[in-house]
Design a protein around this ligand. Sequence first.
Ligand code: PMP
Length: 364
Amino acid sequence: MEAKQQLKSLTPYKPGKNVEDVRKELGLKEIVKLASNENPFGPPPAARQAIEREMSELAVYPDGYAAVLREKTAQFTGVDREKLVFGDGSDEVIQMICRAYLTPDSNTVMPTPTFPQYKHNAVVEGAEIREVPVREGRHDFDKMAEAVDEQTKIVWLCMINNPSGEYIRESELAAFMGNLPSDVLVVCDEAYYEYVVAEDYPDTLSFLKQYPNLIVTRTFSKAYGLAALRVGYGIAHPEITSALESIRQPFNTSRIGQFAAAAALDDQDFIKECRDVNRECLDLFYNFCKEYSLSYYPSQGNFILIDFNRSGDEVFDYLLRHGYIVRSGTVLGYPTSVRITIGSEKQTKDIIECLSEWLKPSMH
Ligand code: PMP
């Protein structure tokens, strides 16, 4: 038996450390996980109620078309129902895009470092990967445009780039789309869309009207606090969504996930509150970085990448011993940094204090 040749270069996804294991291992009372950019406040109350309500329907297959969630999302985004496709997290939307468009004789262009699932799924399809290094955490659009040729099928744009937190400006997207051949599919990954406050962040949905070769992906895993239920979606021209629908698993999103997501979408006050707290906490981190002369990227997401000028693993280990799980930059392409998810105000103040205690002695 021989699995596909290209799978040899892949390693299974390594999740952040399991909270319970770490707690036991280190004999700690409490562990705060700030590693996977989840919302510390969980989902809004209406989503919890929807979950309880749908518990009585567990024996029945979900609606594969996700009609209720589709209707809600169509209203919320102002797009036609047929322009939506739902996935088992936006991870699955990314996978479906690769399955539908990539072949071994094609290539795909993406920044690096960025969210690893673009590359992962493209490798599975046997496509050639063209990675263009980011500059100061930002997409290098000139080089990305140069990397595109006749065989390019997909260009990936991580609108709020994970792990840097930097974002794509409206003028950058406009210039890039304006010069790109119309038969190249552009993916705008907006996993952190709800956290954005930058005024020059593009309205990707208005770009969709002009460019039928664009797909925007979003998720209920981040600001909506529903990572465990795995619901994400894509918004695109019906030609694209129908290609994705044709390969979608018949029951890819769960009934509980669909109804929880639909209820969460209704509570935009909750989303605004989360965005505001996230901003305040990011400011606390910026001040901390300034105080200790640490460089960082200003973030439009719910995470921050900080350069500690020493191995990211060392910072990771220190924080782990004190009950915090973060993401070491060594696995993210930034060996002297760590990526910290923005938690609640208390969690933020506490982790900053914990880091300050460590850094203080070496400062004086
Ligand atoms: N895109 C980006 C940039 C992400 O950071 C993540 C999650 N870490 C995802 C997509 C996938 O999220 P989900 O599958 O939970 O929607």
